[in-house]
Design a protein around this ligand. Structure first.
Ligand SMILES: CC(C)(COP(=O)(O)OP(=O)(O)OC[C@H]1O[C@@H](n2cnc3c(N)ncnc32)[C@H](O)[C@@H]1OP(=O)(O)O)[C@@H](O)C(=O)NCCC(=O)NCCS
Length: 216
């Protein structure tokens, strides 16, 4: 029996469980699909069992597959490392309503929610999360553990470095061939921001045009 799990019973995990169910059903292989959570709020959620990681690892299995459905990219990375070290494989969750066009390379563990579009000549790193209606346009390079909230719009010739977070409805202006607009490592683009220039690593920007956030 294959053991399959969604890591995280939060909003992200609950949102993608039905997609994973459809995918694994379509594969037609005997399997058991559950939630794994380190602090399970209950032993059942939306009709699915919730196990701790330790309990899940104790279930008999021919092979284990997991998707880390945790929005926090640092936690996502830590959990992915732990699973990899334990010999757990990663599976991608991809809605049948997601669109992928030409020459898109996506590394392991991604989540592509309904109505996500990836156009052409795109490279995307590990454990990418693309929420509802977000898109990545042509000639973009996206790093590892990058998160797109719903409706995030990344136009062409943009580089997004590892652990960057793009908030709901944000729009990133296109760069140029050989001169990409760069969202630096760990930068945060606030919801609704219109990003017209590169964002340095670790900086949070908001507004239109997007500027570093000023806290009172
Ligand atoms: C940008 C962001 C990360 C800042 O979070 P934060 O550090 O907790 O900031 P605060 O909420 O303390 O807000 C600080 C100030 O920035 C303003 N602000 C926060 N987010 C803003 C945004 N997206 N656009 C414009 N102004 C914003 C606040 O109104 C506040 O202004 P004030 O000091 O004049 O009252 C956050 O607001 C955000 O946009 N997150 C993305 C949310 C999202 O997309 N969620 C999707 C869930 S799937």
């Amino acid at each position: 029996m294959k053991q399959v799990a969604i890591y995280g019973v939060g909003g992200c995990g609950r949102g993608v469980m039905p997609l994973a169910l459809d995918q694994w059903h379509a594969r037609g292989e005997p399997h058991q699909l559950v939630f794994v959570d380190d602090n399970p709020p209950a032993d059942e959620c939306n009709g699915h069992r919730v196990l701790t990681y330790k309990e899940w690892m104790a279930e008999p299995a021919t092979r284990r597959y997991i998707n880390i459905a945790i929005a926090n990219s640092k936690v996502r990375e830590q959990l992915a490392d732990r699973c990899r070290n334990d010999g757990v494989s990663f599976f991608e969750i991809r809605s049948a309503k997601a669109v992928q066009l030409d020459d898109v390379q996506l590394k392991e563990g991604a989540i592509l929610c309904p109505f996500v579009t990836l156009t052409s000549n795109i490279r995307i790193g590990r454990h990418f999360h693309a929420n509802l209606y977000s898109y990545v346009e042509h000639d973009c390079i996206i790093g590892d553990y990058v998160t797109f909230a719903s409706g995030a719009k990344c136009n062409g010739n943009v580089v997004i470095e590892d652990h960057a977070y793009i908030g709901a409805g944000a729009i990133i202006k296109q760069g140029q061939s050989g001169q990409p607009l760069v969202i630096g490592r760990g930068a945060v683009v606030g919801m609704g921001a219109v990003v017209t220039k590169s964002v340095p690593p670790g900086v949070t920007v908001v507004g239109n045009p997007a500027r570093p956030i000023v806290k009172a």
